[in-house]
Design a protein around this ligand. Structure first.
Ligand SMILES: Nc1ncnc2c1ncn2[C@@H]1O[C@H](COP(=O)(O)OP(=O)(O)OP(=O)(O)O)[C@@H](O)[C@H]1O
Length: 321
């Protein structure tokens, strides 16, 4: 078995660099066969993923190991999936989570200690098939894949603020990335105007005039551990869409309180869709995020479904997680 490793050393405010030193020492000690590349710029991981797929897709003894945060994982996946060969015979991905939010690690069951995560990878005898999100955006004619979630509006505005805040680095140092998310949520509230949304689910259309939380999830967690979609999992081929409308401050505060406690989806203050295929569109420019990566300010007409993807890592049991 050979591991092609992609490392984003700046993930988690530098956590990934420290993790990589430990992992490298262990790999050398165990005489594991590997090569590695360190990302040199934003989005470089997409390019590296594409190159690996071009070279190795279809090979049965090649694993792509990602060391970084959810954003790096997202980029590597999308780089790999740019290759037709990888779509037919996907290279398994292994992951050591060293980011700020680490939502995929929570959703899958990956120890946040890098050496313990490496043990989970080395213990795997076969790949575990999970469900990942696939989207097509009709206005810009773009498609891609996501492990965690895609959000527009409020959530994306938080991501943009969190990614650009100095506070993130500080809180990250104390492993409190989710607090940074929460702090920026308050700031985002002041700037986020509600917007019109059309949701299509099995030929039925719903219209929301004042939506502000619109999140499609592939597993329960967002923003460093908030449970936005408690009823879906990486083994469920369905996605979960949660829409919340902004009507007045009292309702907004109740919604956010429920969001923070992981209880928004099941409350009467939100609308929830659980389906294998979904579509939604906006009529105004809105910020978007995918797996914590910014999509920019744009109109969207998004169609979603899921596909299976192999992960080379023994998941933690519910008790261990
Ligand atoms: N050498 C580099 N210089 C600048 N940016 C980089 C470099 N390598 C990667 N990046 C960027 O770093 C960003 C953050 O990476 P990532 O999302 O993995 O970490 P994080 O934000 O700390 O974690 P999480 O997404 O789990 O909260 C990505 O958008 C990626 O494009």
């Amino acid at each position: 078995m050979h591991f092609s490793i992609i490392i984003n050393e700046i993930a988690g405010g530098g956590n990934a660099k420290v993790a990589w030193q430990k992992v490298k020492a262990r790999l050398d000690q165990l005489k594991i066969n590997y090569t590695f590349q360190i990302t040199k710029a934003a989005d470089h991981a997409t390019y590296l993923g594409r190159k690996l797929a071009d070279r190795f897709a279809g090979s049965s003894d090649e694993i792509v190991l990602v060391i970084g945060g959810d954003g790096t994982l997202h980029q590597v996946l999308n780089g790999l999936m740019k290759s037709e060969a990888n779509r037919k015979h996907p290279l398994p991905i292994a992951y050591i989570a060293c980011g700020t939010g680490n939502d995929f690690a929570r959703g899958y069951g990956i120890n946040l200690d890098p050496l313990a995560a490496l043990d989970q990878i080395l213990a795997a005898k076969q790949a575990t098939l999970i469900s990942i999100g696939h989207y097509f955006e009709a206005i810009k004619n773009e498609e891609g894949f996501f492990f965690n979630n895609i959000g527009i509006g409020f959530d994306a505005s938080i991501v943009s603020r969190t990614n650009n805040s100095k506070q993130k680095k500080k809180l990250n140092h104390f492993h409190l990335g989710h607090l940074s998310y929460l702090a920026n949520a308050i700031g985002a509230l002041y700037n986020q105007e509600p917007f019109e949304l059309m949701v299509e689910n099995q030929h039925h259309r719903d219209f929301y005039r004042k939506s502000y939380i619109v999140i499609v999830s592939n597993h329960p967690f967002i923003g460093g551990g908030f449970k936005i979609a408690p009823d879906t999992s990486l083994y469920d081929p369905n996605l979960e869409l949660v829409v919340a409308e902004r009507k007045n401050w009292v309702l907004t505060l109740i919604q956010l309180w429920r969001f923070a406690r992981g209880k928004l989806a099941h409350s009467r203050f939100a609308h929830r869709y659980h389906a294998k295929q979904l579509r939604y569109s906006t009529t105004s420019l809105e910020f978007g995020q995918m797996d914590g990566e910014e999509m920019g300010n744009r109109f969207v007409d998004l169609t979603f479904d899921t596909i299976a993807y192999p992960i080379w890592e023994v998941p933690l049991t519910k008790k261990e997680n």
